[in-house]
Design a protein around this ligand. Structure first.
Ligand code: NAD
Ligand code: ZN
Length: 346
């Protein structure tokens, strides 16, 4: 089968590899679609090898059950589904409480094995997955379903953890209206009463946010925090979702989050918000505000994201590419030229 593999630091190759064998608790999926996440670009930028042998990328995967491990029950060949990306232990305290995304078995890194990062991912014709990772999607289109595995899962989790702030009359700021951000705008619109203000560096991304329910879009510049304070009676936004996570956006969040508000860092831009232990008038970190570095989501977050998509209230904007054009799609993402999510069809 063909697989898009990382063969060295920054080196991507479309290779012919064997269809993976499966164990007794696994499924073999025929991949219907695999989304491209900005995290794949971060992986390509890492100056070391993630593992010794070539690694198939892709952690947003939807497909059809092709083969079933002998101990697996309740699945049939032909079942359609999406792959939950936290391959957690399932038995630790966090897992049994439903917090599989911070599984204790993964240690302080708190990142359970994720396809495309440790085990082989879904930018290939087939993938082996643990049967527990399979979430049914009914008749949802594969290109729509694949991005639910991360773009929706991670956005949903960040929003759900700040739900207490998102009451009627509240303002939510979404920074970065890309694959995750344009989905976050829709989840906010569909599941909360908050007014959404979108922030991006590209005008067309702000238009995308408006098309999906944002009340307003602001270009990121030196005046953005003041503009948000202006629209919130000087108090700031009850929740700020940062899908970029660089110093500039961290500063914006510090300067525009309301007292007792929620700042959720999702983007992996290595930005450092300045949170000082001092009374803050002016632009500093306000009393009572919380910050969370939010990773992935729980399986129930994915099931609820699938339900939103199946009900028609979440529609991922996708640009479809053939697997052979993976490099081109990644380059376009790097240049900010993807509207919504790029999806590969093997
Ligand atoms: P994307 O490239 O599709 O979207 C990023 C958006 O941010 C683009 O619209 C871009 O124009 C905008 N942007 C860039 N710089 C900006 C700035 N300074 N101010 C405002 N907007 C800016 O990326 P994506 O796939 O949506 O991923 C977003 C981030 O989230 C990435 O860093 C990715 O690695 C990370 N991520 C984190 C998790 C997690 O679990 N924490 C999961 C998935 C992705
Ligand atoms: Zn666990």
């Amino acid at each position: 089968m063909r697989a898009l593999q990382l063969t060295g630091p920054g080196t991507l190759e479309l290779r012919e590899v064997p269809v993976p064998p499966i164990g007794p608790d696994d499924l073999l999926l025929r991949v219907g679609a695999a989304g491209i996440c900005h995290s794949d670009l971060h992986v390509l930028e890492i100056p070391f090898r993630l593992r010794e042998d070539p690694l198939t990328l892709g952690h947003e995967i939807a497909g059809t059950v092709e083969r079933i491990g002998e101990r697996v029950t309740g699945r049939a060949v032909g079942d359609r589904g999406v792959v939950y990306l936290c391959w957690s232990c399932g038995v630790c305290r966090e897992c049994v409480r439903g917090n599989e995304n911070v599984c204790l078995a993964a240690g302080r890194a708190a990142m359970p094995p994720c396809p495309g990062l440790g085990p082989d991912g879904g930018m290939a014709e087939y993938i082996r997955i643990p049967a527990t990772a399979f979430v049914p999607i009914g008749d949802l289109d594969f290109a729509q379903a694949a991005p639910l595995a991360d773009a929706a899962l991670t956005s949903y989790h960040a929003i759900d953890g700040a739900r207490d702030q998102l009451r009627p009359g509240a303002t939510a700021v979404v920074i970065g209206v890309g694959g995750l951000g344009h989905v976050a705008v829709q989840i906010l619109a569909a599941t909360t009463a908050a007014r959404v203000i979108a922030v991006d560096v590209h005008e067309d991304k702000l238009a995308l946010a408006s098309a999906h329910g944002a009340a307003e879009g602001l270009l990121a510049d030196a005046g953005t925090a003041a503009a948000i304070l202006d629209r919130t009676g000087g108090r700031g936004a009850e929740a700020v979702f940062d899908f970029v996570g660089v110093d500039q956006t961290a500063r914006l969040a510090v300067e525009c989050v309301a007292p007792n508000g929620a700042y959720r860092m999702v983007g992996l831009g290595a930005g450092a918000p300045e949170i000082t232990a001092a009374p803050a008038g002016g632009p500093g970190w306000p009393w009572g505000a919380t910050v969370r570095k939010s990773y992935g989501g729980t399986k129930s977050d994915l099931i609820e994201s699938v339900a939103l998509a199946r009900s028609g209230r979440l529609r991922v904007e996708v640009e479809v590419f053939a697997l052979d054009d993976g490099r081109e799609a990644l380059d376009r993402l790097a240049n900010g030229r993807i509207r919504g999510r790029a999806v590969l069809i093997p």
